[in-house]
Design a protein around this ligand. Structure first.
Ligand code: BES
Ligand code: MN
Ligand code: MN
Length: 465
C-alpha cells in the first residue's frame, strides 16, 4: 500500500481526536435513559462515514436503535466487503472503580501499552475498533487505492443481544449483499503475536424466578417450616454442574462439536502461561471442566454461569427475613453444533424438574445466538492472514474466542458469506469492566492492517473467480 505509513503518521492526532468525540457520547443501549445519546452517536457515525467520501449514507430504522448504512461502490464486478461493528457500549458502572471518568477519554501509559492506551467505555468494544475501519477507508479513498466495494453496517444494540437485527437483515438482505463480512470486535493474543479469531461462542441466556410464600416472612416464626426460595434456588443451581464441572442438563452435550486430536494439538501451540493467568486474576488455582485445558474451557467448550443472583434483604446490617422470592440470571455459552433455542428448552425442562413442590419456578428466556467458526481455507481467512503477516512482520495464529457476537452466525447464513474476525484488542483491555482501554499501537495497527485485507481479498477473489 502506497503511503500508508506516512498517511497514518500525518493524521494520527486527528484520528485520535475524532475517536475521542465518539467516545464522549454515552451510547449505553441497556438503559433507555440514554436513548438520545444513542441517536446522537448514530448521527456521529453517519457523519464520519460521509466525511471520508462514503455514499448512500442512511440511518435505517429498526424496531429498536438505528443501524447506520453507508457504502462506496466502485465496480459491480469487484467483490464487496461488508464491515460490521457496533456503536453502542456497555453500562459504565461501578463508576467508583474508574480511575478517570468513562466518557472523558484520555491516553495513559500502561505496562502492556507503553505507547499509551485510550481509556474510555467503548474504547476497545467497539467504538475504537469500528472507527479503525472508517479511517482505513478514509486512507484508501484519499489515496485512490480502494480495490473493491465496501458497505458498512454499524448497529446500536449489540451489547443487549442485537434483538432488532435478525428481522432487519432479512428485510434488507439485498442492500447488505456482500462477498465477505469483516468485523473488528474481538481480540488478539498480544502486540507481538498477532492472531485471528476463528470462532465465537453462541449464547443462551435465561432469568429464573423462584417463589416461596406469598410475602416476606419473619424468619424466626416461619424459618425451618416454610421453603426459603434463596436456599432452594442455591440448591437447584448447585445441581446444574457435577463434581467434574460437567453440566448435568440432560442432552446438553448431544450436539457439541468435539475437536479432533489434531485441532486440539494445534490449539495447544498458542502461547499460554497458566501461572501468569492465575496471577493476573489473583486466583490460587484455575477451575473448569475436567479433561480440558484452560484455553479449551474458555473457547471451544460450552459453559453455564450464574451472572447475578438476588433476593431477600441486602441492605446494611441484619434483617431476619424469610424472603418470598429469589432470582438469578444464567448464561450458557454454546459451541458449534448447539442450537440456542434447543438448549434454552433443555435448561427450562430440567430446571423446572429440579423444583420441589414447596416453590413455584419460572424461567424467562433472554437473547441467544449460535456459535460461529471461520473456515481456515476460505479466501477471507487467507487474505486476513496475509494482511497481518505484512503489517506485524509475523504470521498470525488462528485462535477461537470464548466471547459471543450472537448475530454473526445468522449473517453468515443469510448472506452466504464468511465472517472474518480481525480483532485488535487485548484480553487485558478490560472491556465491559472499569477502566476499559484500547492501545494506541493497536488502534493505528488496525488502521494499517485493514487496507491490506481489502487488497488481498480482492486479489484472491479475482483469481478464484
Ligand atoms: N465484542 C464483544 C464480544 C467479544 C469480545 C468476542 C472479545 C470475542 C472477544 C461483544 O460486544 C460482546 O460483549 N458480546 C457479548 C454478548 C452480547 C449478547 C452481550 C458477550 O460476549 O458477552
Ligand atoms: Mn463488541
Ligand atoms: Mn461487548
Amino acid at each position: 500500500m502506497k503511503n500508508i505509513h506516512s498517511y497514518i503518521k500525518q493524521h494520527e492526532n486527528r484520528f485520535l481526536n475524532e475517536l475521542f468525540e465518539l467516545l464522549k457520547i454515552p451510547s449505553i443501549s441497556a438503559d433507555s435513559e440514554y436513548n438520545p445519546q444513542i441517536l446522537q452517536t448514530a448521527q456521529a457515525v453517519a457523519d464520519a462515514l460521509e466525511k471520508i467520501g462514503c455514499e448512500n449514507i442512511q440511518q435505517l430504522t429498526t424496531q429498536g436503535n438505528p443501524v447506520v448504512y453507508a457504502d462506496k461502490i466502485i465496480d459491480s464486478n469487484l467483490p464487496t466487503v461488508l464491515v460490521y461493528g457496533h456503536y453502542d457500549v456497555q453500562p459504565s458502572d461501578p463508576l467508583e472503580l474508574w480511575d478517570t471518568p468513562p466518557f472523558e477519554p484520555i491516553v495513559k501509559q500502561t505496562e502492556i501499552h507503553p505507547e499509551g492506551a485510550i481509556f474510555a467505555r467503548g474504547a476497545c468494544d467497539d467504538k475504537g475498533q469500528m472507527f479503525m475501519h472508517i479511517k482505513a477507508l478514509e486512507f484508501l479513498i484519499a489515496t485512490e487505492q480502494l480495490p473493491c466495494n465496501v458497505k458498512f453496517m454499524i448497529e446500536g444494540e449489540e451489547e443487549i443481544g442485537s434483538p432488532s437485527l435478525a428481522p432487519f437483515i432479512k428485510e434488507h438482505a439485498e442492500l447488505f449483499k456482500n462477498d465477505v463480512i469483516l468485523i473488528s470486535d474481538t481480540g488478539m493474543i498480544s502486540n507481538t503475536q498477532p492472531s485471528i479469531t476463528t470462532g465465537l461462542r453462541g449464547l443462551s441466556y435465561v432469568e429464573v424466578e423462584v417463589t416461596g410464600p406469598n410475602k416476606d416472612l419473619h424468619s424466626g416464626f416461619f424459618g425451618g417450616a416454610v421453603a426459603n426460595p434463596i436456599n432452594i434456588l442455591s440448591q437447584m443451581i448447585a445441581k446444574l454442574q457435577d463434581e467434574n464441572n460437567h453440566i448435568t442438563i440432560p442432552g446438553f452435550y448431544d450436539d457439541v462439536y468435539e475437536l479432533s486430536a489434531e485441532e486440539r494439538s494445534e490449539m495447544a501451540k498458542a502461547p499460554f502461561d497458566q501461572t501468569e493467568y492465575n496471577k493476573a486474576l489473583n486466583i490460587a488455582k484455575e477451575e473448569g471442566e475436567k479433561g480440558y485445558t484452560t484455553l479449551e474451557r474458555s473457547s471451544v467448550r460450552p459453559t453455564l454461569d450464574v451472572n447475578g443472583i438476588w433476593g431477600g434483604y441486602i441492605g446494611e446490617g441484619a434483617k431476619t427475613v424469610l424472603p418470598s422470592k429469589a432470582f438469578a440470571k444464567i448464561s450458557m455459552r454454546l459451541v458449534a453444533g448447539q442450537d440456542p433455542d434447543k438448549i434454552t428448552q433443555l435448561f427450562t425442562d430440567y430446571f423446572l424438574s429440579l423444583a420441589p413442590k414447596s416453590v413455584k419456578v419460572k424461567v424467562k428466556p433472554h437473547h441467544g445466538g449460535k456459535a460461529y467458526r471461520t473456515p481456515l481455507d476460505s479466501i477471507g481467512y487467507q487474505a486476513a492472514h496475509k494482511a497481518y503477516s505484512e503489517t506485524f512482520d509475523k504470521a498470525p495464529v488462528p485462535q477461537p474466542s470464548g466471547g459471543s457476537i450472537p448475530i454473526v452466525s445468522l449473517f453468515s447464513d443469510v448472506f452466504k458469506s464468511h465472517a472474518i474476525l480481525m480483532g485488535f484488542g487485548l484480553n487485558s483491555d478490560a472491556i465491559h469492566s472499569p477502566n476499559e482501554h484500547f492501545g494506541v499501537f493497536n488502534f493505528y495497527k488496525g488502521i494499517e492492517t485493514i487496507p491490506y485485507f481489502y487488497k488481498h481479498f480482492t486479489e484472491l477473489y479475482t483469481k478464484n473467480a
